[in-house]
Design a protein around this ligand. Sequence first.
Ligand SMILES: *Cc1c(COP(=O)(O)O)cnc(C)c1O
Length: 340
Amino acid sequence: MHLARFPRIFLAHLPTPLERLDRLTKELGGPEIWIKRDDCTGLSTGGNKTRKLEFLMAEAEAMGADMVMTQGATQSNHARQTAAFASKLGMKCHVLLEDRTGYQDHNYNDNGNVLLDHLHGATTEKFPGGHDMPGEMEKAAEAARKNGNVVYVIPGGGSNATGALGYANCAMELLNQVNERGLVVDHLVHATGSSGTQAGLVVGLKALNANIPLLGFGTRAPQEKQEQMVYDLAVKTAEKIGCPGVVARQDVRADTNYVGEGYGLPREDTIEAIRMFAELEGILLDPVYSGKGAAGLIDYCRKGKFKKGERVVFLHTGGAAGLFAYDTVLARDTTQMAAE
Ligand SMILES: *Cc1c(COP(=O)(O)O)cnc(C)c1O
């Protein structure tokens, strides 16, 4: 894996820390739990999209783009990190936001990530749920080109083979960290969505022959669809980095039992996970992704699927900026607090 062959703009704060979660480990009484802090990548409150954008934005710059365009859900962390990266490079940024939750309240629609998109100077355009977002983006890009802009279009979540390079790199970074510290890792888990994170990780882990099983906890699609999406992108990413065929279909595993009602709709176990990380470890998760991933992790520990004597690494993909959009869901009932 020779990633220096690909254009990259070094902007993320790397390597991200790898820390042991002593109090969560003790509370659950199972495996030793570690966290890889990709919530600390440094760009506009951080998150996993920054690693992908290092490669994507380098391509944009190489083609002489003066504008980037992308799409996501209203509270897209990807949109926020893209807007921030574009600011740094002096590019315009336009994002198309899809309403995937139906939440009507002010904070969901204008606070959190949306507030930050606008602070970074991005323009936003809203669409109802179920819209053909890639199609809309192509139309918007065409219109901007007619106005004389050189537009670089980034797919939702930054998930293509270029973006996934960022997570092949993360696999290498993590493997170096655990090797240097003498830590044997039995499981690596994280929240999976548009698939670039898991695809990049699985390619990196397999190309390095790390022998660390990877599991994505789903946040949107059903299992078969999620795994196929990750696998398809992993195949393309492996070809791009010169290791075709390195990932087998059975290397791609997703558990989608923690999604609940749908994308962006937290359930009780999502909120419990957010509270546990906040109260036991002082770490902020989010209601859309990392909270669902952590709910899966916690349940696996409780059910003995991850065992005492094993070591699990939870990749924290970020998202805390979205907490402020979910205040109505997260606000703790004060009568309940008094009773506790
Ligand atoms: C986008 C995102 C994910 C999912 O990553 P994908 O590469 O889209 O699968 C997980 N966590 C957070 C906080 C995200 O913003």
